[in-house]
Design a protein around this ligand. Structure first.
Ligand SMILES: CC(=O)N[C@@H](CCC[C@H](N)C(=O)O)C(=O)O
Length: 374
C-alpha cells in the first residue's frame, strides 16, 4: 500500500492549478494539516500559500523547508491511474512531489518535535509570475522568517536514492520575454499591400538566436528560448500581429543585462527594416539560486554518511527558481532529488518515481534533526 504522502501526492497530481489560483491545492493541504497533532502547530495562510509553524521543545533557531505549489499549462499524456482532472493543466515540474514531501516533513515534526522551531512554507506561483518575492515581504512571514532554509527540486535524470547539489550557483538568473509585433493585415493574394507579421516574427526568432551564439561569452552560459509564438487568424489572411513568448537564462547578472540590450537592438532593427512596431515586456525576473557555500558543503558531508541517499556533485543548470529570492535573504541551499524517469521536466509524460517521496522526507527530517542537535 502507498504511504500517506504518496497518496497525498496522487491527490495533488489530480488538481494542478496555475500560479496564485492554487485554491483546491491550498484547501487539500489545509485539510491534511488539520489531521496532524495540533499542540505545537500554528498555521497561517497568505494568498493561496500556507505557512506551517511547528514550535520546538527548546528553540534557539528556526529552520525552514519551502515547497512550490503551482502546475503548468500542459495537457497531461501519462497513463497514470490518477491523471490531472484539470484539462490542459498538469503537475509537470514535480511540485506535487515537493508539496507532499513538505507535508511529510511537517507531519514528522508535528508528531515528534525537534529542539528548534520549524516552518514549512507552501509557496504559490513558482512557474510565474513568482510567489517568493511577495511572500518574503508579506506580514505573515515577518516574525517566522527562518534562520536557515532548504528546498528541493525533482530531477528526472538522477536515480531514486540520490541527491545532487553544489555550493554557490545552482540555477540561473531568469527573465521572461514577451514580444508583440504590429504590422498591417490584408488579403493573402496582395502581400505587397500588407505587412506580414508571420514573416517578421519568424525573422525575429532567427535573429534572437544569434545573440547567445554571437554576443555572449561562451564561458558565461546563456539561453534564449521562444516557447510560444502566436500569429494569424486564417490561412488566407495576412497576419497583422504576432506575439513571441520566451525566457532568457544567464549565469551572470552582467550577461542578463547584455542579452536584454541586444534583444532591444534586434527589435529596433526589425522595426526599421520591416516598417512595423515591436514592443518588449520582460515579465517576471528570478534571481539565481545561490547555495550558501558553508551550509551546502556541510550538508554534502553529512549526506556522504547517509545509508539511504547517495550524493552526486553536480554542475549548475539553466533552470530558474524563485527560491533564489529566499536564498538572497536567508542562508540555505537547494538540491536536486533523483526521481529517475525518461521524460524531463515540463514534459507531458513526466512520471517521477514516487519512491523518492518517503526517502526525501526521511533525509530532510534527519538532516534538520542533526542541525538542531548541533
Ligand atoms: C525549475 C523550473 O523549471 N523552473 C522554471 C521557472 C520559470 C521562470 C520564469 N517564469 C521563466 O519562464 O523565465 C523554469 O522554467 O526554469
Amino acid at each position: 500500500m502507498a504511504s500517506p504522502f504518496v497518496e497525498l501526492r496522487r491527490q495533488l497530481h489530480q488538481i494542478p492549478e496555475p500560479g496564485f489560483q492554487e485554491f483546491k491545492t491550498q484547501q487539500l493541504l489545509l485539510d491534511y494539516l488539520d489531521k496532524l497533532p495540533q499542540d505545537r502547530m500554528t498555521i497561517r495562510t497568505w494568498r493561496t500559500g500556507i505557512l506551517v509553524h511547528i514550535a520546538g521543545t527548546n528553540p534557539k533557531r528556526r529552520f525552514g523547508y519551502r515547497a512550490d505549489m503551482d502546475g503548468l499549462p500542459i495537457p497531461e499524456e501519462t497513463s497514470l491511474p490518477f491523471p490531472s482532472l484539470h484539462p490542459g493543466y498538469m503537475h509537470a515540474c514535480g511540485h506535487d512531489l515537493h508539496m507532499s514531501i513538505g507535508m511529510g516533513i511537517a507531519a514528522n515534526f508535528a508528531h515528534e518535535p525537534m529542539e528548534d522551531d520549524l516552518i514549512v512554507i507552501f509557496q504559490p506561483a513558482e512557474e510565474g509570475p513568482g510567489g517568493a518575492l511577495p511572500m518574503l515581504a508579506a506580514e505573515e512571514l515577518q516574525d517566522w522568517k527562518p534562520d536557515q532554509i532548504v528546498a528541493l527540486h525533482i530531477a528526472p535524470e538522477y536515480p531514486v536514492g540520490t541527491i545532487a547539489t553544489k555550493p554557490e550557483i545552482l540555477f540561473a538568473n531568469t527573465s521572461e520575454l514577451f514580444i508583440d509585433l504590429l504590422g498591417k493585415g490584408g488579403h493573402a493574394a496582395y502581400p505587397h499591400l500588407a505587412n506580414d507579421m508571420i514573416v517578421v516574427g519568424s525573422q525575429m526568432v532567427g535573429q534572437l538566436h544569434t545573440i547567445v551564439a554571437r554576443n555572449v561569452n561562451p564561458l558565461d552560459s546563456a539561453v534564449i528560448t521562444i516557447g510560444r509564438m502566436e500569429a494569424g487568424t486564417k490561412q488566407n489572411i495576412i497576419a497583422e500581429k504576432a506575439r513571441l513568448e520566451g525566457t532568457i537564462r544567464t549565469l551572470s547578472a552582467d550577461s542578463m543585462a547584455k542579452v536584454k540590450k541586444r534583444i532591444e537592438s534586434v527589435a529596433a532593427g526589425i522595426e526599421q527594416s520591416f516598417d512595423c512596431q515591436v514592443s518588449i515586456d520582460y515579465g517576471s525576473n528570478y534571481r539565481q539560486v545561490y547555495n550558501d557555500p558553508a551550509l551546502t558543503l556541510e550538508f554534502m558531508d553529512w549526506l556522504r554518511g547517509s545509508e539511504s541517499m547517495r550524493l552526486i556533485e553536480c554542475t549548475e543548470a539553466m533552470t530558474g527558481e524563485d527560491f533564489g529570492y529566499f536564498l538572497e535573504q536567508i542562508p540555505g541551499f537547494m538540491f536536486w532529488l533523483g526521481v529517475e524517469t525518461p521524460y524531463g521536466l515540463h514534459h507531458a509524460k513526466l512520471q517521477p518515481d514516487e519512491q523518492a517521496i518517503d526517502l526525501a522526507i526521511d533525509t530532510v527530517a534527519a538532516y534538520l534533526r542533526y542541525k538542531s542537535g548541533q
